[in-house]
Design a protein around this ligand. Structure first.
Ligand SMILES: Cc1cc2nc3c(=O)[nH]c(=O)nc-3n(C[C@H](O)[C@H](O)[C@H](O)COP(=O)(O)OP(=O)(O)OC[C@H]3O[C@@H](n4cnc5c(N)ncnc54)[C@H](O)[C@@H]3O)c2cc1C
Length: 506
């Protein structure tokens, strides 16, 4: 009996999985997940990614088995793994979602397509969410996206066609299911100890979605910007969306259902309206950003606008890079955010933007280096969002409003009492609410009273804010105002710009 092979990548779920459901209409289905050292051992990956996907796979395997299918786990080069399976088993078609990944997975997918063609093996790749392969124009993209999220969620078969070895009568031998490899075997690095590892899987994703929509998210629109409140108030769904334990469509439809329910509820909390709108808009941003990388894979390494190609040095200053990534810049709020991210594997949007703005403007580090350095610390690392956002926060898209965050202003606005700073920078525990944002400005007596020895317990600021800010702005605008940059900006907008201003400002 011919087998349909479904290759799970960043879509480790049973529900709303179009390739899985389509494959089942053609015969018995075997799933496979390939642990690739080239992907998981790369500098942008981390042991937390491996642990999370292993968790997702354990649940997925159990669910597939209950419905009469199986999930194989294999380790090694993807092409070799697939070739071996095709040699060993009567596989007649390969199914997968289109993946918009980094340069490594992009090259791997091209090789797999060429291999399947040469072998005469049909390889069906179906779109991931609203992202469009070989998109010609952004005109009409938002409408297309909406039609995708409004379409019904794809149901998995309640029972898959039986596998050839299921009844024992055919004489076919079941392949060994395989187990996840260790981090060491894959060459995966743990870049930092993580405080509260997240449980992977569809069940955990739906529980988080429910708690967000039922209670946590009421104040989302207002509370998302401060790290004091964001850890509880934001949905925290990003790792599940990034690894595909949850689809954007599932999240979007659940939010819309909740909106309808609240509209029918007398005396419903008014805050929900704006919060749900902000949430569903962000689910659209997700695909909007991924589309940029899908359309132009080079933006992982090159600026959207070529006018900015030599704005910053190609090689980062190693001392500045180390101070930034280790959370010891002498800017308490910046350091607190970085340390929180390193421990938790997550940080809210505004604080991510501030960290990158600080690296790109104050420290004048090339975004290519900081993007790779930060990626392992995001459990939700999603190349399409990551590289686009790094470029936006570094001023190299040419089409977005330039935002150079003032870390002291952010600190006073988002963490007025310094509670967040003190939690993550315990060296400053005894410093007053007022001084904790800029301890180097403390009068001598206050410093003595707090017991803080600047330069020993906690560093002096690595750069002077006013000087760095002024210099960065001058350098950036010198390029931005040049004729070549303006012409480039028009081309970038044509290719990538949102046609709906409400999506974002580019
Ligand atoms: C420099 C930088 C790098 C980033 N890198 C990533 C990344 O690698 N992976 C990632 O998922 N997000 C990234 N983001 C976007 C954003 O910070 C996270 O999606 C968000 O903080 C995740 O938390 P949440 O799930 O609670 O989001 P919520 O606020 O609850 O939003 C729901 C979902 O919408 C999507 N979303 C939210 N904000 C954005 C945004 N600004 N752009 C695109 N999609 C968005 C995410 O999928 C998110 O899970 C980055 C932002 C910046 C500034």
């Amino acid at each position: 009996m011919p087998l349909q092979l479904v290759w799970f990548k960043r879509d480790v779920r049973l529900h709303d999985h179009a390739p899985l459901a389509a494959a089942a209409r053609h015969g018995p289905v075997l799933g496979v997940y390939l642990f690739e050292p080239a992907v998981l051992g790369a500098p942008d990956a981390d042991a937390q990614h491996l642990a999370f996907v292993v968790d997702c796979l354990a649940e997925l395997r159990a669910r597939l088995r209950r419905r009469g299918s199986e999930l194989l786990l294999r380790t090694g080069d993807a092409l070799e793994g697939l070739e071996r399976l095709v040699q060993e088993l009567p596989i007649t078609a390969l199914w997968a979602h289109e993946e918009t990944g980094n340069a490594v997975t992009y090259a791997r997918d091209r090789r797999v397509r060429a291999w399947a063609r040469a072998r005469g093996l049909p390889f069906h790749e179906l779109p991931s969410g609203g992202v469009v392969r070989r998109l010609v124009t952004r005109d009409g993209w938002a409408e297309h996206w909406e039609s995708v999220v409004r379409a019904p969620v794809v149901r998995p078969p309640t029972r898959f066609p039986p596998l050839p070895w299921a009844d024992g009568a055919t004489g076919a031998l079941a392949p060994p299911p395989g187990e996840p490899p260790s981090a060491e075997a894959l060459g995966v690095r743990a870049h930092a100890p993580r405080a509260h590892p997240r449980r992977g899987g569809e069940r955990a994703a739906h529980a988080l979605l429910a708690s967000f929509l039922e209670s946590r998210g009421a104040d989302y629109r207002r509370a998302m910007s401060s790290p004091v409140t964001a850890f509880d108030t934001c949905s925290r769904l990003s790792p599940y969306l990034a690894f595909g334990a949850l689809s954007g469509r599932q999240a979007w439809q659940a939010a819309r259902r909740r909106g309808a329910e609240l509209r029918a509820t007398p005396d419903a909390d008014e805050r929900w309206r704006g919060s749900l709108q902000s949430f569903t808009a962000r689910l659209a941003w997700r695909d909007h950003f991924i589309q940029k990388l899908e359309s132009e894979p080079r933006i992982e390494h090159e600026p959207f606008s070529k006018a900015y190609a030599s704005l910053r040095p190609a090689d980062p200053d190693p001392e500045r890079l180390a101070a930034w990534i280790e959370g010891r810049t002498g800017y308490p709020f910046v350091d607190a955010c970085m340390r929180a991210l390193r421990a938790e594997g997550w940080l809210n949007f505004r604080m991510r933007a501030m960290l990158v703005s600080f690296a790109s403007y104050h420290l004048w580090l090339p975004w290519q280096a900081t993007a790779v350095a930060l990626a392992p610390h995001f459990l939700d690392y999603e190349p399409g969002i990551h590289y686009s956002q790094f470029q936006m926060q570094s001023g190299t898209t040419g089409i977005n409003t330039v935002r150079i965050y003032n870390p002291y202003k952010q600190s006073r606005e988002q963490d007025p009492t310094g509670a967040f700073i003190r939690r993550w920078v315990p060296e400053l525990a005894a410093v007053s609410d007022d001084d904790v944002h800029a301890p180097h400005e403390m009068p001598g007596l206050m410093a003595q009273l707090s017991g803080l020895r600047l330069g020993r317990d906690y560093p002096y600021p690595v750069v002077d804010h006013a000087v760095a800010y002024t210099e960065a702005k001058a350098r950036l605008y010198a390029v931005r105002q040049a004729t070549a940059a303006r012409a480039e900006a028009r081309a970038v907008f044509e290719r990538h710009g949102s046609r709906r201003r409400r999506l974002e400002d580019g």
